[in-house]
Ligand binder design. Structure first.
Ligand code: ADP
Ligand code: MG
Length: 398
C-alpha cells in the first residue's frame, strides 16, 4: 500500500493554512467549530475559508462532525500525515515517498528518500487505529483525558521513540539513526536487513543468542528495558568478514528497533518486562534454532544490582525525561498502551499460543510467508520507480 500523496499538489497555500488551523484548534477542541477555524486561519472573507474547508473535506484531510452543541471539523489521519510530510519536506528530510515496507500493529512504515536520493524510513504511528474502534470500553476513558485522542497518543509514541532512539544511539547501541520527528511520525535511516523472525538458520545460534542477551543486559545497565524485545524488533544485518586465519565468514549484527514501549528499571513492573524480554528470545531460539542455553536466567534481581554510574553508564531513562519526553507524557502513553493491550508485537497470551501451534506445524513455510508479511521485499529498481516526489505549493505555513 502506498501513502496517498496525490492530493498534495492541488492544495493551495490557503488550503494548507486552513488545515493547520484545524490542527491548532484540535489542541483544545475535539470538534473544531467552523468560526474558530476561520479565526485561526486568519483568512478574511468567509467564503474563502468555506471553499478551503470543502476542498480539504473532499480529499479526506478533515471530516465534518455534528456535535450536540455545534457543527465543526476534526483532523483525520490523512490530514495529520500531510502536515507532517510537509514539515519533513520543508526541513529537507523527505523529498519523495515510496512503498510501505513494514506492517506494524499500530504503525505504518514507508521507504522515503532524501533530496539527494538517500533512502530512509518514515514510521507513522497510528495508535487507536485498531484499539479505539474495537475496544468500546475504552472510549469513555479516552474521552476523559486532557487531549486524549489518537492524535495525541500517536504523537507521544513518536516523541518517545525519537527520544529513546537518539539517546540509545548516543550511548553506542546499534539502532537506526534518528533523523527527524514531526507530530506522529519519525524519519530514520533505512536498515538493509530483515527481522530475525524471517531468518531460518544462523551459523552459530549460541553466539547469536549471547549477543542478544548481552544487549538486554547492556540496556539494563543504562536503566532500561526494551519491553518488546522479540524476533520482529531485531533486524539482522549480515556483514562479510574474515576469520583470524583469513577465511571469509559472515557476521550477524543485530539492530534493535521499535521503542515506544521502553520502560525504566524503576518501573513497578520492571521485573515482569525484563523476564518477558529474556523469555521471548529464549522461546524463539528454542523453536526456530532448537537451541537451549545451558544456564538459566539472566534474572532481573541479579542483573539490576549493577546499573548506572556504578557500571560506568549513564541512566538513559533519567536523561530522556530531561530531554522533553516528560514523566507525565510517559505515564499517559503507558496508561493507553496498558488499557488497550498494545504493549508489544507479541500480543496477548492467546495470540502467542496460536502462533506456537502454527510454528510447529510448518516452520519452513512460515519463514517464507513472514518474509513477505513483516517486511515487504522490493529490489532497488522497484523502489526507485515507486518513489513519488512530494509536490507542494511552496508558500505553505510551517
Ligand atoms: P511497530 O511498532 O508497528 O512494530 P516497528 O518499528 O517494529 O513498528 O517496524 C515494523 C517493521 O518495519 C519492522 O519489523 C521492520 O520490518 C520494518 N522497519 C522498521 N524500521 C525499519 C528501519 N529503520 N529499516 C528497515 N526496516 C524497518
Ligand atoms: Mg515492532
Amino acid at each position: 500500500m502506498k501513502l496517498n500523496t496525490k492530493a498534495m499538489r492541488y492544495l493551495k497555500a490557503e488550503d494548507w493554512r486552513v488545515l493547520t488551523a484545524v490542527e491548532m484548534g484540535s489542541k483544545n477542541h475535539e470538534v473544531v467549530p467552523t468560526p474558530l477555524i476561520a479565526n485561526i486561519s486568519g483568512l478574511r472573507g468567509g467564503s474563502g475559508v468555506h471553499k478551503c474547508i470543502s476542498n480539504l473535506a473532499k480529499v479526506g484531510l478533515i471530516a465534518k462532525v455534528k456535535n450536540a452543541k455545534y457543527d465543526g471539523y476534526r483532523l483525520t489521519y490523512g490530514g495529520l500525515d500531510y502536515l507532517a510530510l510537509n514539515t519533513h519536506r520543508k526541513q529537507n528530510n523527505i523529498f519523495s515517498v515510496g512503498n510501505q515496507i513494514g506492517v506494524g500493529k499500530e504503525s505504518d512504515i514507508y521507504v522515503v528518500a532524501s533530496p539527494s536520493g538517500v533512502q530512509r524510513v518514515l514510521k507513522i504511528h497510528r495508535l487507536g487505529r485498531i484499539s479505539f474502534r474495537t475496544v468500546k470500553a475504552n472510549r469513555d476513558y479516552l474521552r476523559n483525558r486532557s487531549s486524549g485522542s489518537w492524535m495525541y497518543m500517536s504523537r507521544l509514541a513518536a516523541l518517545k521513540e525519537y527520544a529513546f532512539m537518539t539517546a540509545l544511539r548516543d550511548s553506542g547501541f546499534v539502532v537506526p539513526e534518528p533523523i527527524a520527528q514531526s507530530r506522529h511520525t519519525i524519519v530514520m535511516s533505512l536498515i538493509d536487513a530483515f527481522p530475525l523472525r524471517t531468518i531460518a538458520k544462523v551459523p552459530d545460534p549460541a553466539a547469536f543468542y549471547n549477543k542478544l542477551i548481552s544487549i538486554i543486559l547492556r540496556l539494563l545497565k543504562y536503566g532500561l528495558i526494551h519491553g518488546d524485545f522479540n524476533e520482529f524488533n531485531i533486524l539482522v544485518e549480515e556483514k562479510a568478514d574474515t576469520t583470524e586465519s583469513g577465511e571469509p565468514k559472515i557476521t550477524l549484527r543485530p539492530v534493535l528497533i521499535d521503542f515506544p514501549q521502553m520502560v525504566s528499571i524503576d518501573h513497578a513492573n520492571a521485573e515482569y518486562y525484563f523476564d518477558r524480554d529474556v523469555n521471548c528470545i529464549k522461546r524463539f531460539f528454542e523453536r526456530r534454532f532448537h537451541f537451549v542455553p545451558d544456564e538459566p536466567g539472566p534474572f532481573f534481581k541479579d542483573a539490576v544490582k549493577v546499573v548506572g554510574e556504578a557500571a560506568g553508564a549513564r541512566r538513559i531513562d533519567v536523561d530522556v525525561e530531561a530531554s522533553g519526553f516528560s514523566r507525565k507524557m510517559a505515564k499517559e502513553l503507558e496508561a493507553y498502551m496498558r488499557d488497550v493491550g498494545a504493549d508489544g508485537d507479541g500480543g496477548d497470551a492467546e495470540g502467542e499460543a496460536e502462533q506456537d501451534e502454527e510454528d510447529e506445524e510448518d516452520d519452513e513455510e512460515e519463514v517464507e510467508e513472514e518474509g513477505q508479511q513483516g517486511a515487504i521485499e522490493l529490489d532497488d529498481d522497484e523502489l526507485d520507480q515507486a518513489m513519488t516526489v512530494l509536490q507542494i505549493n511552496d508558500d505553505t505555513p510551517e
